[in-house]
Unconditional design. Structure first.
Length: 247
């Protein structure tokens, strides 16, 4: 949890931000194969030939081979402006103007007490059908963020910078027939569905969890048989067979 505030014109709204996403992966420890003892990671200086404490480690930027400049925490803090300690709104845009590829992490924004300004801000977003574009610092990193409504909850998404997103300038399209297109459209329509997040579970993690349970009980993990996919090289035939399988 991080306490901050939203700077909205001359209005200042105290808020808290919390990550939305939790890691669902099953974690494993690295063990010595011989004795099953956990491996310890040592911070070691090869020049001084000794283990180094965390308090003795600083950050360095290699500007030339084996040549470094360093910045202390105090120097990092001096680079921040006072405005970056808040979530400073710089404008309001339509949500569909921002391609989902730019979204990085998600946070819930909430208040610890009832706040008229907070409620008013949410209602203004709802009425205008717009999202707030803002800038802030989380930990030590500068971000542009989007603040939007998801139902009645205020969500903040950090954005990747333009130079971080690598999209090819041009893509070469292959030619296809009208009949192939008609079959492709028909296949898409036959597979139409609604997105309900709770229906989509992490199948791999479930398999790992089940395998671990089997190992705890002293059972052998059996390899499941997989169906071999048919290699159909003719596109038209592949489309027609796909339609038969879903009908």
């Amino acid at each position: 949890m991080k306490k901050t505030s939203i700077s909205f014109g001359l209005v200042n709204i105290p808020v808290e931000i919390n990550p939305v996403i939790k890691n669902n992966d099953i974690s494993f420890n690295q063990l010595h194969k011989k004795c099953l003892t956990r491996i310890r990671y040592v911070k070691y200086c090869p020049h001084c030939k000794k283990e180094v404490k965390q308090s003795d480690i600083i950050r360095g930027y290699e500007y030339k081979n084996d040549k470094y400049v360093t910045l202390t925490d105090e120097e990092f803090n001096q680079l921040k402006s006072e405005d970056e300690k808040v979530i400073e709104i710089i404008g309001f845009v339509l949500l569909n103007e921002i391609d989902p590829i730019y979204y990085e992490k998600s946070y819930i924004i909430k208040t610890s007490t009832k706040s008229k300004a907070f409620s008013l801000f949410k209602e203004a977003l709802f009425k205008t059908k717009r999202v707030a574009l803002a800038k802030t610092v989380i930990n030590t990193k500068f971000y542009y963020v989007v603040i939007r409504l998801m139902g009645d909850v205020l969500i903040m998404n950090t954005l990747y910078f333009f130079e971080e997103v690598m999209i090819p300038d041009t893509l070469t399209d292959a030619k296809f027939s009208k009949k192939e297109l008609d079959l492709a459209v028909q296949l898409v329509n036959s597979l139409k569905t609604k997105f309900t997040p709770e229906d989509y579970v992490d199948e791999y993690q479930e398999k790992v969890s089940h395998a671990l349970k089997q190992k705890e009980e002293g059972k052998t993990i059996e390899k499941k048989k997989t169906k071999s996919a048919k290699n159909i090289k003719d596109l038209m035939t592949a489309l027609e067979m796909s339609l038969k399988n879903v009908s």
